[in-house]
Design a binder for this molecule. Structure first.
Ligand code: NAD
Length: 329
């Protein structure tokens, strides 16, 4: 979607030469980005307007550090290389890359990207973690929209490799290419999209699955625990190393995907088209929240985060995808 015809000032350094990264918005995702960049040996500045943001951020980094240490820290990597600033302007003043992870509200993102664009050095690429807004809709207020890209991570950004990169109509093709390369150098696995798609790729898929899960809870067809077990004891095991398409191709036996579609396609027309979004009323809301409490079996969020982190590391290790320091593509 980015435009080869649009140009912005050239980024002040090559993706390989970045040393200082700014993270603006330091909640679950911004904090996860901070932990990732620190572990990769960058100097990180962060800004978040919440009064308790710094404490929360440092707690998140401390909780992530054991997992990151297992993965292998870059030389000199340290939580001490994090500076939390009092203003947005200070955070980005010397940054060579900016990652925005503020709340998912369109007006807020538009205004924040305008401010970041006004404060960051000319040409520095600014990426948004948005889960679904097209950059075309967010870059409307910025003086230099050419340097604004989406860099959509997955929780937690310090462990899940994927980042989906896509520009908006006014993003320069150079900014898209620069940010894709930067994320690779910073240890991420990148999909660079050539057009804006609602929910990008992975969220669009996750949202479809979640929609069906919410319908099942709403209709009393399955509990939260059964839904989670159905994935972790079933297809989720395959998806960790082979995506849904190739997995289904194998379900077609020697005839592969062609046989699969001939065999099951006609009977799947109805489930493919049956459902619309569930009504997220109070009853469904309460049932999903209570179901998650039940499935947690007394484990706190911190317990679950530690369990998840170890699980992701084990899966990456078992499937030969544990990318340690210095293994950027
Ligand atoms: N949670 C996920 O799984 C996930 C995954 C991928 C992407 N994202 C995206 O990441 C972004 C952040 O989501 P999150 O889950 O970390 O939310 P969050 O609520 O955990 O964190 C948001 C943070 O932004 C701060 N904030 C509020 N106003 C701000 C402003 N004007 N400028 C800067 N910061 C501000 C808040 O104080 C808070 O710390 C969203 O765009 C979201 O769609 C979330």
């Amino acid at each position: 979607m980015s435009s080869p015809g649009l140009s912005s000032p050239t980024p002040p350094c090559a993706p390989e030469d970045v040393r200082r990264v700014a993270c603006v918005g330091a909640g679950v995702i911004g904090g996860g980005w901070v932990a990732h960049f620190l572990a990769r040996g960058y100097d990180v500045t962060a800004w978040d307007p919440a009064p308790d943001a710094e404490q929360k951020l440092r707690r998140l980094v401390d909780a992530a550090w054991p997992a990151l240490t297992q993965l292998g820290l870059a030389e000199g990597a340290s939580p001490d290389r994090l500076t939390v600033t009092a203003t947005l302007q200070e955070a980005v003043a010397d940054a060579q890359f900016v990652q925005e992870s503020a709340p998912e509200k369109l007006d807020l993102k538009r205004d924040l990207l305008r401010q970041l664009d006004a404060a960051a050095p000319a040409g520095v690429v600014i990426a948004s973690s948005t889960s679904g807004y097209p950059m075309t809709d967010m870059q409307t207020e910025a003086a230099d929209p050419g340097r604004l890209v989406v860099g959509h991570p997955f929780n937690p950004p310090y462990l899940i490799p994927l980042v989906e990169v896509v520009g908006g109509e006014r993003t320069s093709a150079d900014a898209v290419a620069w940010s894709s390369r930067f994320y690779e150098v910073a240890g991420k696995s990148v999909i660079t999209m050539d057009r804006e798609v609602p929910g990008f790729i992975a969220n669009r898929l996750q949202e479809a699955l979640w929609r069906e899960a919410l319908h099942m809870v709403a209709n009393g067809e399955a509990t939260v625990r059964e839904i989670d077990d159905s994935i972790t004891e079933g297809p989720g095991l395959r998806w960790a190393f082979m995506g849904p398409m190739l997995t289904f191709a194998l379900a077609g036996g020697e005839g592969g995907m062609a046989h699969m579609l001939d065999h099951f396609g006609p009977s799947l027309k109805s489930p493919w088209t049956r459902l619309e979004a569930p009504e997220l009323d109070k009853k469904l809301y309460d049932a999903v929240v209570a179901g998650c409490d039940d499935a947690a079996d007394g484990r706190t969020i911190a317990d679950l985060v530690a369990e998840r982190d170890q699980g992701v590391i084990d899966v990456l290790r078992a499937t030969g995808r544990l990318r340690t320091q210095g293994e950027a593509k």
